[in-house]
Design a protein around this ligand. Structure first.
Ligand SMILES: CC(C)(COP(=O)(O)OP(=O)(O)OC[C@H]1O[C@@H](n2cnc3c(N)ncnc32)[C@H](O)[C@@H]1OP(=O)(O)O)[C@@H](O)C(=O)NCCC(=O)NCCS
Length: 149
């Protein structure tokens, strides 16, 4: 892999196709895309994107991370998280990430150094306008994981 990760500040909506893979409702993405920092991993073309927002002086949150399906399971996602950890942990004490209760995604984050923190019960039912399913299971609670300096 010979990739490059860079922050992109202009025309962030250009990456909406990827962002929608991780967060399928555009108005939810609009809540954090303007204020968030968008990172793009390029390896002979865009492969993975991620968005990080500051929550306060000590804490930030990885709001979105997505790799094109045909390029998943090649290490791009972990490369992105490793890059963001290096860039943000130090400036912030803790990075959170929230996800549906989906074992394979929880395993991915745990492999990237995150540990389960807390749950926001019924988040997906209360905040999205339609039921969402992952691997055939309806998403209900947001599970937050954290990674500390
Ligand atoms: C979650 C997601 C971002 C991971 O991205 P990715 O680029 O596939 O991540 P990686 O390749 O680093 O790791 C994924 C798996 O591939 C495996 N893998 C990594 N490199 C590999 C390689 N060279 N050969 C084989 N397998 C490999 C890893 O072991 C990992 O498995 P694990 O999670 O069971 O430990 C991606 O699946 C995705 O975009 N999903 C849709 C959007 C989404 O759900 N985003 C998260 C919302 S919370």
């Amino acid at each position: 892999m010979d990739y490059r990760i860079a922050e992109v500040t202009a025309n962030k909506k250009k990456y909406l196709d990827l962002l929608l893979l991780a967060d399928e409702q555009e108005d939810m993405i609009d809540r954090y895309l303007d204020d968030g920092s968008l990172f793009v991993l390029d390896d002979e073309g865009v492969k993975c994107v991620a968005v990080v927002v500051a929550l306060n002086a000590e804490e930030c949150e990885l709001k979105n991370i997505a790799t094109y399906p045909e390029h998943q399971n090649k290490g791009y996602g972990k490369a992105m998280v490793d890059y963001l950890s290096g860039r943000y942990l130090g400036e912030f004490e803790t990075m959170y990430v929230g996800t549906g209760d989906v074992p394979k995604i929880l395993r991915f984050y745990e492999r990237c150094g995150f540990r389960i923190s807390h749950r926001d019960e019924n988040f997906f039912i209360d905040n999205y306008d339609h039921p969402m399913f992952e691997d055939g299971v309806q998403l209900r609670d947001m599970v937050y994981l954290r990674k500390d300096v």
